[in-house]
Design a protein around this ligand. Structure first.
Ligand code: KG4
Ligand code: ZN
Length: 328
C-alpha cells in the first residue's frame, strides 16, 4: 500500500510518501518560519494562506521526486487535528478531495498520534507496549501505548507545554521565535553552577508537569543579573537543566508505574541534545531530528497503519482544532 501524507496543522507544510514494503519513499517540508518571525509567533491567517500556496506544488514535487504518479496511490492521510482550524482545513480539503477524485481510501490523522509513531520510521523501531513522552510546542504528555489506537494518558502539563516554555524563555533572552533550538545551543556555553532553577512538581507524587514557573524564574534572574552574553548563556543552561531533569525523572516514574522499560520520545523538544543525552542509558527510542518537529512522514505512516487496519473516513471534510488524545 502506498500512502500520501499531508501535514498542515501549524506553520509547516509537510508532504510524504510511505510504502508498506519499501518504507518511507520521500518527504518534503516547507517551513513558514520566515513569514511569522516578524510577529514573534504564528499568525493563523497567514499560516492558512501560505499552506494554500504551497500544498499542491509540494505534493507535485514529492510525487515527482519519488517517480510516482497520482494513479499509483492507494490511500491518503492528512492531519485532521489538533491545530489551527484554517491551516488544518487546507490539508483536509486537498487530502479529502484528492482521495475522492482518485477513488481511494482517505483518513484524517491525529497530529499527536503522528508524532508518537514517528520513531517507527527509523531503522530500529520500538515494539509495543511502551511509554511515550510527547514534548512539543503545544503539548507535554506521558502516554502508555499498547498498540495503534490504544493510548492511556498518564500525565500532562497543567500550564505551559515544554516547547512553549522553551520559546518564551528564548524570547526573553532575545533569541527570536521559535527559540527552543537556539536556546539549547546557547546553553552549551552556560555555566551549570551559576543559577539553579527549581524542578517543578518533582517533590509531589504523580506524573503531571508544570513549566510556567521556570519562565518566571528566568524573568526574575534577568531582572536581577541583566542580559550580558554570559548571563544569557547561564540562564539558558539553568533552564534547560531544570527541564531535562524534570522530564527524565517523570519518564522513569511513569515506566515504573506501568511496569514497562521501553520509552519513546516524540515532538519538537525531542530534538533537544541534552534530553537525548540524559535518556541514553534508558531503553529509549527517538525519531531522527527532522521527524521530531512537524513533518508529513509521520502523518503518512500513521495514516498507513490506520488504513491497514481497515479504517477510513467518509466524504465529509472534518477537522478538529481541539481533539483530546485518548484511544480513538
Ligand atoms: O512538534 P513541533 O514541531 O510542533 C508542535 O506540534 O508543537 O514542536 C515545536 C517546538 C517549539 O516549541 C520549538 O522551540 C521546540 O519544539 N524545539 C526545541 C528544539 N527544537 C525544537 N526545544 C528545545 N530544544 C530543541 N533542540
Ligand atoms: Zn507537532
Amino acid at each position: 500500500m502506498l500512502v500520501l501524507g499531508i501535514e498542515t496543522s501549524c506553520d509547516e507544510t509537510g508532504i510524504a510518501l510511505y510504502h508498506g514494503e519499501q518504507g518511507l519513499l520521500t518527504h518534503t517540508l516547507y517551513s513558514q518560519i520566515d513569514i511569522h518571525t516578524p510577529y514573534g509567533g504564528v499568525v493563523p491567517e497567514l499560516a492558512s494562506r501560505d499552506h494554500i500556496r504551497k500544498v499542491t506544488p509540494l505534493i507535485a514535487e514529492t510525487l515527482e521526486k519519488a517517480g510516482i504518479s497520482k494513479g499509483q496511490l492507494d490511500g491518503i492521510a492528512y492531519t485532521a487535528g489538533p491545530g489551527l482550524v484554517g491551516a488544518l482545513l487546507v490539508g483536509a480539503t486537498i487530502g479529502r478531495t484528492l482521495g475522492w477524485a482518485l477513488n481511494i481510501p482517505t483518513i484524517g490523522v491525529h497530529h499527536l498520534e503522528g508524532h508518537i509513531l514517528a520513531a517507527f520510521l527509523e531503522e530500529n523501531p520500538p515494539a509495543f507496549p511502551f511509554v511515550a513522552l510527547l514534548v512539543s510546542g503545544g503539548h507535554t504528555l506521558l502516554i502508555e501505548v499498547k498498540g495503534i489506537g490504544q493510548y492511556r494518558l498518564l500525565g500532562e502539563t497543567i500550564d505551559d507545554a515544554v516547547g512553549e516554555a522553551f520559546d518564551k524563555t528564548a524570547k526573553l533572552l532575545g533569541l527570536g521565535y521559535p527559540g527552543g533550538a537556539a536556546l539549547s545551543l546557547l546553553a552549551k556555553k552556560g555555566n551549570p553552577e551559576r543559577f539553579k532553577f527549581p524542578r517543578p512538581m518533582l517533590d509531589r507524587p504523580g506524573l503531571d508537569f508544570s513549566f510556567s514557573g521556570l519562565k518566571t524564574c528566568a524573568l526574575r534572574t534577568v531582572e536581577k543579573h541583566g542580559l550580558d552574553d554570559q548571563t544569557r548563556a547561564d540562564i539558558a543552561r539553568a533552564f534547560q537543566d531544570a527541564v531535562v531533569e524534570t522530564l527524565v525523572t517523570k519518564c522513569k516514574r511513569a515506566l515504573r508505574e506501568v511496569n514497562l522499560s521501553r520509552l519513546v520520545i516524540a515532538g519538537g523538544v525531542g530534538a533537544n541534545y541534552a534530553l537525548r543525552e540524559a535518556l541514553q542509558n534508558l531503553d529509549a527510542y527517538f525519531p531522527r531530528l527532522e521527524f521530531c518537529t512537524d513533518n508529513g512522514a509521520m502523518i503518512a505512516y500513521a495514516g498507513y497503519m490506520r488504513l491497514l487496519m481497515g479504517q477510513q473516513d467518509d466524504l465529509a471534510i472534518q477537522v478538529y482544532p481541539r481533539w483530546p488524545f485518548q484511544s480513538h
